[in-house]
Design a protein around this ligand. Structure first.
Ligand code: ADP
Ligand code: MG
Length: 277
């Protein structure tokens, strides 16, 4: 709340957002807010519409109805979408990290990060490289600037992908299951980078199945099921006292697959330094 007592304007505000693929209604009227510096985690069964919601938020999918305001601009207004040129400008403010890292294989790590700021933000090569090196340091990969993506582990690739998204200086970062494609021993290093971003106050919307991470880092956890948000609340409320039977069933299924137990410690120990350099 600011000094006159009004809440800060949301970075993302969806109202009645709907999206269908043919006859399949995937988003059935989503109301969703992400406030500045908030870490908003979205969980829910496969096929519930989580990726579609994220993809609507950076204009990769066009919603059919409702409204979607991102960084103060109406991305979708009563079903009408922004024209393509304005959409591109808006996308620059919304960083996105996918399950598959989508790095350019023919570019070094440094160039993967520096190319968009050069081409889209008009930075000189010197400025873009200096900024890319700072970001590589932030994700613990300072020593990999000259490496090619094929020589990196999955965890390292994903950290480069995060640095690349940050290079556009986004106002919000969207993550779609950023650790799902990783070997289990590489998950922690990516979550640590995300946790540090959260500590720095980055606004983040994260789809993940990492429940211990969600409990530790999320300000708000939202549960999606069949195209609706079943419930939202602080992690303790969602994990320890879920209101909906469907939430309980989903959490039970995740636990059975080897997720966190109910009384797992709030913070798992995380390495304090990366061992890549
Ligand atoms: P989640 O990320 O929660 O697993 P998605 O948003 O990916 O869910 O998908 C929700 C539903 O929409 C699924 O049934 C999926 O098959 C369908 N879907 C997603 N994208 C498309 C598409 N481009 N064309 C047709 N159906 C799609
Ligand atoms: Mg998905």
């Amino acid at each position: 709340m600011n000094e006159i007592g009004t809440a800060a304007a949301p970075i993302i505000r969806a109202r009645g957002l709907k999206k269908s693929f043919g006859a399949l209604e995937v988003l059935k009227g989503i109301d969703f807010d992400v406030l500045p510096s908030q870490v908003s985690v979205v969980i829910g069964p496969s096929g519930s519409g989580k990726s579609t919601l994220l993809r609507c938020c950076n204009g990769l999918e066009a919603a059919d109805a409702g409204s979607l305001e991102i960084c103060g601009r109406m991305l979708v207004d009563r079903g009408q979408r922004l024209p393509e040129n304005e959409l591109n400008a808006l996308r620059a403010h919304v960083g996105m990290v996918f399950q598959s890292f989508n790095l350019f294989p023919h570019l070094t790590v440094l160039d993967n990060i520096a190319i968009a700021p050069r081409k889209l933000r008009g930075l000189s090569a010197t400025e873009a490289d200096a900024s890319a090196r700072r970001l590589l340091d932030k994700v613990g990969l300072a020593s990999k600037a000259a490496a090619y993506p094929s020589t990196l582990s999955g965890g390292q690739k994903q950290r480069v992908a995060i640095a690349r998204a940050l290079a556009m200086e986004p106002q919000v970062m969207l993550f779609d299951e950023p650790t799902s494609a990783l070997d289990p021993e590489l998950v922690g290093e990516v979550l640590l980078v995300m946790k540090n971003l959260a500590r720095e106050g980055m606004t983040m919307m994260i789809v993940t199945h990492e429940m211990a991470f969600a409990r530790d880092v999320a300000d708000v956890v939202s549960v999606m099921d069949h195209g609706v948000v079943l419930e939202s609340g602080p992690p303790m409320q969602i994990f320890d006292a879920p209101r909906h039977a469907r939430t309980r069933e989903f959490l039970q299924a995740v636990v059975t697959r080897g997720g966190p137990r109910r009384h797992e410690p709030k913070s798992k120990p995380v390495p304090l330094a990366f061992d890549d350099h």
